[in-house]
Design a protein around this ligand. Sequence first.
Ligand code: PMT
Length: 403
Amino acid sequence: MAQLTDKNIVLGVSGGIAAYKSADLVRRLRDAGARVRVVMTAGAKEFVRPLTFQAVSGQPVHTSLLDPAAEAAMGHIDLARWADAVLVAPASADLMARFCHGLADDLLSTVYLATEAPVAIAPAMNRVMWVHPATRQNLATLQERGVAVFGPGRGDQACGETGAGRMLEPLELVAALEGLFAPPVLAGRRVLVTAGPTREPLDPVRYLSNRSSGKMGFAVAAAAAAAGARVTLVAGPCAMVTPSGVQRVDVETAEEMATAVQQNLPGQDIFIASAAVADYRVAHVADDKIKKSDAAMHLQLVPNPDILAGVAAASEPPFTVGFAAETSSVEEHARDKLRRKGLDMIAANRVGQAGGGFEADSNTLDVFWTGGGRRLGPGLKTQVAQELVGLIAERYQGSQGSR
Ligand code: PMT
């Protein structure tokens, strides 16, 4: 992918421990062909010295709004005009609040106000700060204004806690930024995506589910939106941030997902089913918590509706893309699902091993259609999703004459 070749990227660095990763991000952006100029806030300089960024970017680092030398060469207006995109990584809670309120008392916030280029932020903060209502509100406001939000991820945090709030890794940020420059191959199209797991309750406190994190499906939704589509994302329970510009419908069970898909289906051009839907639910959900006993316990399971097959069987179905999670004989099983469910395409991934499938950040997809196929990846799910959306757009356009 050469989306960043010769692109001018202003990388804003705000104050947070994740700032140390931003030096590597500069290198990765340059490896992808971009020119990078770094703007640091006062807080960022407490974590990493400007000299580090100067060394990795090969350019002077910009730190001050009222710097006479900078004003003569690259002041805030010049930087704002120079940028093809502004990426702030890490974006602290304070930085988000400042952008939200339109403050203009330091260089980075002023560049944000003065630029007409797309702006993206990669939040990084303690998990409690991330879910604080003030941060949620600032996030929603920035997204409404068109700011793209990359991440954050979940995991161990510098403060010793575990949860959502980690800055995405440099390569993930490069892939997400490439998405901002993706050709609008789905402009004017409506795309419905399912993602994440479903939860099938046993009683008020227990459920059956699976390991799906939502990473693959959310990456597909983000890539489709970046390609110009109007995207609706029906998501099972997962801790993913809604991609910018995507309309999200949260559901819990397979039956709720089936209903949400049917409600949102009219007018859709493309349906992509990446959710890991539970095939079965318990026949009778207990009203009260099931008591422990020494006797063996038997659950009676009944099949859930097949959401994907239902869409493909509609009288005027959209271009329908399924996923297949397989542990063996991947092509054979995937082609069988393609045929049985009446799909236009299926994206198969090998699951149950490291390096792809459930929960992993990377994946490899073997995509099949009648008479053809193509391998995508291995790569980050964000990159593989962009390739998949490109392939879907190509096959969708090709299918239009024959419908
Ligand atoms: O979420 P991640 O952690 O990133 O992991 C990604 C993933 C492994 C979940 C994803 O890449 C994937 O493979 N999703 C499909 C998982 C799955 O349920 O596969 P399946 O082979 O059991 O189902 C085949 C297809 O039918 C899928 O498109 C599924 O969404 C759909 N289906 C299945 C059952 C059902 N009742 N309704 C459905 O629509």
